[in-house]
Design a protein around this ligand. Structure first.
Ligand code: HDE
Length: 737
C-alpha cells in the first residue's frame, strides 16, 4: 500500500502501462499529449467576456488531486474498507463526496431546445443606427462587443440527433456595455401559434407522445398533426418546417430571425417597430431528407461537430445582422398585423438593412459550464430596445426566466459565469440558493445607512437607466384576439410560390413523409383540407401519396389573396433562387487506396484548399496509404466516413488503387449514395472504371465528373456552388441507393 511520500496509488496502477518505469510526477505526463484547442488560443482577440471568464477557468494540469474542500488525496483508486475484502467505511469522505457529486451531475434539460451547441464570438457594427436606436453597440461603425450563441433543435431530448426535421433555435447573447441583450430567435421567421397561452399545448403535441415517449426528434406523429390540423394558424410555420428549411446543412448555413416584432427606441424617445435578422456569410444550404435521416445514425453530432470543427480550423462562422424597420406608414400598407408571429414581412416589400456582423471564433472550454448553463430570455433587453404588443412575445418575457429558476436551481443563475454581464451588478436582491457574492451593506431601498446606494439612474441618450417606451393604450379587459390575426392561408401560399421547383417538390415529399407516419386517417384528411386552402396542386400531390382524393369543393377553395400583391412570391424566401452559394467550409471525401496517383491527389487537395474546402482523405483502411510516389494518411475508412457526411466525393485513380476500389463494396456504395443525394461525384484518371462497375456505367451529368485532376476539380468547384445537382432529381427516384 502507498505510504504517500513519493509514489501514489495511481503510480502503482499505471506503472505497467508506462513500461514499469518509475512514475513521477504522473498526472501532467498523462494529459500533456492533449492538443490545445486552436480556437482557445489567443490568435483570436480576447473579448471582455473572455477576460471575465478567465477568472473562473480552472486549469488542472500539474495540480494535485484534491477534494472539494481542498484536501490533497493520496488514493483515488480504492474505497476505504476493512481489510482487503471487507465492507466500505462511512468515514471515507472522499469516496462519499465523489459519488454524491456524480449522483447530482445532471440538471433538468431545457423543456424545449434541449439539444444544442454554442460558441463564443464578437459582434462588429457596420454603420451607426443612432437615428433609430440608443442600442450602445449600434452607435459607431467598428465597435465590437462579445457574444455567445447557442443553436438548437426544438423537439428532441438532449441526446437526440442533430439532423432531424425541425425548427432550429438561434439564440444570441450580446454582452453590451449597458447589460445583457438577448435575441432568442429561430431559423424560421414565423411561429406555430399566435398567443403564448397555447405554447404548452403545442409543445405537448409535438414532443414524443405521452404513453410511450416516441418518436424522438420528430414531428411525424399523430399528436403533432392532430394539433396542426385543428390550429390553422400553425400552417405557415409547418410549411417552412416541411421544406428544406427544416433540415439545414449546418448551423453555419442557416438564417436567423427574431420572429417577434420588437421596438427600437432612439435618444429622442421615438420608437419604430423592427424585426431582427441573421444572414449567414457561408450562404444558405440544406440537406436532402434521406441523407438527413441517414446522418442521424452515421453521425448524430453532425451539426455540433461541424460548428466545432470549423471554428477549430479557423473558418469562423459569420452572420450579418440586419433590421427590418417598420414605420407606421409601412404598417398600414402591409395588409397584415406585424404583431402576429405567424406572419413575416416580405423582404421585397421592406428590405433587410444590414448593420453589422457576428463572428464565432472560439469554442467553449466546457460544454456544461457554458452551453448548458447559458440562460437566454427575450425579456433581457437594454436601452434602445423595447417590446411590442405581440402576444407571443409578451408571454415569452415571463416563461424563460421562470424555467431557468427551475432548471438552474434558483434565482442566482445570473451569477453563473456565462450569464454574468460584463458590467457591474448592484441591487437589493439577496440570498437564495447558490449565492456567489458577498454583498456588503443594507439590502433595501430607500436607505440612509449607505447613502441610499445603489441608486436609480435617469434615462439618458447614452449610459442612462432603462425606461419603458411610453405608449397610450385603452381597451376592455378581455380574452379576445384581434380580427387582424384571423387570416392564415395567404402567407403559406406566398412561401410556397417563392420556392424553386425542386424546393416545392421537397416540401411536397416532406408533407407526404410526415403524414404517412400519422396513423389516424381523419387527421391526414384534415391536414390535406388545410393544404387545399393554400394551393390546390400541393394538396392534390400530397393527397395522392396518402390515397386521398380531393372533393370538388376542396379543389375549388378560393385562392388566398396575395401578400402585398406578390403573386409570384419573394425570392428571399427561397434557399436557392438567388444562384450560386459560397462553398468555403464545405467538405469533400477524397477516396484513395494503395497505388493512388500522388500527383492527382496533390492537385485535388491544393485546389480544394484554395477554396477553403476540407479534403478528407479516406481509404479502405485508416492510417498510412502508399501512393504512386510516397504516402498519404487516411483520416477515416470509406465505411467510417460515408458520403452523407460530405458535400462531394472524389475518387483518385491509379492502376492498383482503381483495381482495389472497383471490388470494394463500400466505395461503390459511397458512389451511388453520393449520386442519389445529388452530390458531385468525380473520377480522376482511370478511377472512372469504378463508375463502370455500377448501375451508372457510362452515365455523365453536370456533377458526375470524369477527367484529369485539374479539369475535374475545376468543374467540381463550379458544381458545388449550386449546392446540389438538382436536375438529377427525376433519375435518382428510380435508383435504389
Ligand atoms: Fe422559446 N422557450 N418559447 N421560442 N425558445 C425556451 O427557455 C417559450 C418561442 C427559443 O438556446 C425555453 O431556457 C414560450 C419562439 C429558443 O437556451 C422556454 C413560447 C421562439 C430557445 C421557452 C416560445 C423561441 C427557447 C426552454 C411561446 C423564436 C432556446 C428553455 C410564447 C423566436 C434558447 C429555456 C437556448 C427556449 C418558452 C416560443 C426560441 C420554455 C412560452 C417564438 C431559441 O422558456
Amino acid at each position: 500500500m502507498n505510504t504517500g511520500t513519493k509514489k501514489t496509488a495511481l503510480d502503482d496502477s499505471i506503472a505497467p502501462l508506462l513500461g514499469g518505469a518509475a512514475v513521477e510526477p504522473h498526472y501532467s505526463d498523462l494529459i500533456s499529449h492533449v492538443p490545445p484547442s486552436k480556437s482557445a488560443n489567443s490568435s483570436v482577440q480576447a473579448t471582455e467576456k473572455s477576460k471575465q471568464l478567465d477568472h473562473f477557468r480552472v486549469e488542472n494540469a500539474g495540480q494535485p488531486l484534491t477534494t472539494s474542500h481542498g484536501v490533497k488525496i493520496a488514493n483515488n483508486q480504492q474505497t476505504l474498507r476493512v481489510g482487503e475484502t471487507g465492507p466500505a467505511l462511512m468515514e471515507d469522505f472522499h469516496a462519499i463526496e465523489k459519488l454524491a457529486a456524480f449522483d447530482r451531475e445532471r440538471i433538468p434539460e431545457r423543456v424545449v431546445h434541449a439539444r444544442g451547441s454554442g460558441a463564443h464570438g464578437y459582434f462588429e457594427c457596420y454603420k451607426s443606427m443612432k437615428h433609430v436606436t440608443k442600442l450602445s453597440f449600434l452607435q459607431n461603425p467598428g465597435d465590437k462587443i462579445p457574444v455567445f450563441v447557442r443553436f438548437s433543435t426544438v423537439q428532441g431530448f438532449r441526446g437526440s440527433p442533430d439532423t432531424v426535421r425541425d425548427v432550429r433555435g438561434f439564440a444570441t447573447k450580446f454582452y453590451t456595455e449597458e447589460g445583457n441583450f438577448d435575441i432568442v430567435g429561430n431559423s424560421i421567421p414565423v411561429f406555430f401559434i399566435q398567443d403564448a397561452i397555447k405554447f404548452p399545448d403545442f409543445v405537448h403535441a409535438v414532443k414524443p407522445e405521452p404513453h410511450n415517449e416516441v418518436p424522438q426528434g420528430q414531428s411525424a406523429h399523430d399528436t403533432f398533426w392532430d394539433f396542426i390540423s385543428l390550429q390553422p394558424e400553425s400552417l405557415h410555420t409547418v410549411f417552412w418546417a416541411m421544406s428544406d428549411r427544416g433540415i439545414p446543412r449546418s448551423y453555419r448555413t442557416m438564417e436567423g430571425f427574431s420572429v417577434n416584432t420588437y421596438k427600437l427606441v432612439n435618444d429622442q424617445d421615438k420608437a419604430v417597430h423592427v424585426k431582427f435578422h441573421w444572414k449567414p456569410v457561408q450562404g444558405k444550404a440544406s440537406l436532402i431528407w434521406d441523407e438527413a435521416q441517414l446522418i442521424t445514425g452515421r453521425d448524430p453530432d453532425f451539426h455540433r461537430k461541424d460548428l466545432w470543427d470549423s471554428i477549430e480550423a479557423g473558418l469562423f462562422p459569420q452572420f450579418e445582422f440586419g433590421v427590418q424597420i417598420v414605420t407606421e406608414e409601412d404598417e398600414r400598407r402591409l395588409g397584415f398585423d406585424i404583431l402576429d408571429a405567424t406572419k413575416l414581412i416580405p423582404e421585397s416589400v421592406i428590405p433587410v438593412e444590414i448593420v453589422g456582423k457576428m463572428t464565432l471564433n472560439r469554442n467553449p472550454d466546457n460544454f456544461f459550464a457554458e452551453t448548458e448553463q447559458i440562460a437566454f430570455c427575450p425579456a433581457n433587453i437594454v436601452p434602445g430596445v423595447d417590446f411590442s404588443n405581440d402576444p407571443l412575445l409578451q408571454g415569452r418575457t415571463f416563461s424563460y426566466t421562470d424555467t431557468q429558476r427551475h432548471r438552474l436551481g434558483g434565482p442566482n443563475f445570473t451569477e453563473i459565469p456565462i450569464n454574468r454581464p460584463v458590467v457591474p451588478v448592484h441591487h437589493h436582491q439577496r440570498d437564495g440558493m447558490h449565492q456567489m457574492n458577498i454583498v456588503k451593506g443594507p439590502n433595501y431601498e430607500p436607505n440612509s445607512m449607505a447613502g441610499n446606494w445603489p441608486r436609480e439612474t435617469p434615462p439618458k441618450p447614452h449610459g442612462g437607466g432603462f425606461h419603458s417606451h411610453a405608449m397610450m393604450l385603452a381597451g376592455m379587459k378581455n380574452r379576445h384576439h384581434s380580427p387582424s390575426f384571423d387570416e392564415h392561408f395567404s402567407q403559406p401560399r406566398l412561401y410556397y410560390l417563392s420556392l424553386t421547383d425542386f424546393e416545392k417538390e421537397n416540401m411536397r415529399s416532406g408533407f407526404s413523409f410526415e403524414l404517412g407516419k400519422v396513423q389516424k386517417t381523419h387527421i391526414r384528411q384534415r391536414v390535406v383540407d388545410l393544404l387545399a386552402r393554400v394551393d390546390t396542386d400541393l394538396a392534390i400531390a400530397v393527397a395522392a401519396s396518402l390515397s386521398i382524393e380531393l372533393t370538388d369543393s376542396q379543389k375549388n377553395y378560393p385562392v388566398p389573396d396575395p401578400v402585398c400583391g406578390l403573386t409570384k412570391g419573394d425570392p428571399a424566401l427561397s434557399l436557392y433562387s438567388s444562384g450560386d452559394v459560397p462553398i468555403a467550409g464545405r467538405r469533400v471525401n477524397v477516396i484513395v487506396s494503395d497505388g493512388a496517383c500522388a500527383d492527382s491527389l496533390k492537385t485535388v487537395e491544393e485546389a480544394l484548399k484554395k477554396e477553403h474546402i476540407t479534403a478528407d482523405i479516406i481509404a479502405p483502411r485508416v492510417g498510412t496509404i502508399h501512393t504512386s510516389s510516397g504516402t498519404t494518411t487516411a483520416s477515416d475508412s470509406i465505411c467510417g466516413r460515408p458520403s452523407v457526411l460530405a458535400d462531394a466525393v472524389v475518387f483518385i485513380g491509379g492502376d492498383q488503387s482503381t483495381k482495389t476500389l472497383k471490388v470494394n463494396g463500400d466505395a461503390k456504395h459511397q458512389l451511388m449514395e453520393g449520386f442519389k443525394h445529388l452530390k458531385p461525384v468525380c473520377f480522376v484518371g482511370n478511377a472512372v472504371e469504378i463508375l463502370d462497375e455500377t448501375d451508372l456505367k457510362g452515365k455523365r451529368d453536370e456533377g458526375l465528373i470524369v477527367g484529369d485532376a485539374a479539369t475535374v476539380v475545376e468543374q467540381l468547384i463550379n458544381v458545388m456552388k449550386k449546392h446540389r445537382v438538382w436536375d438529377r432529381t427525376p433519375l435518382v427516384k428510380t435508383l435504389p441507393a
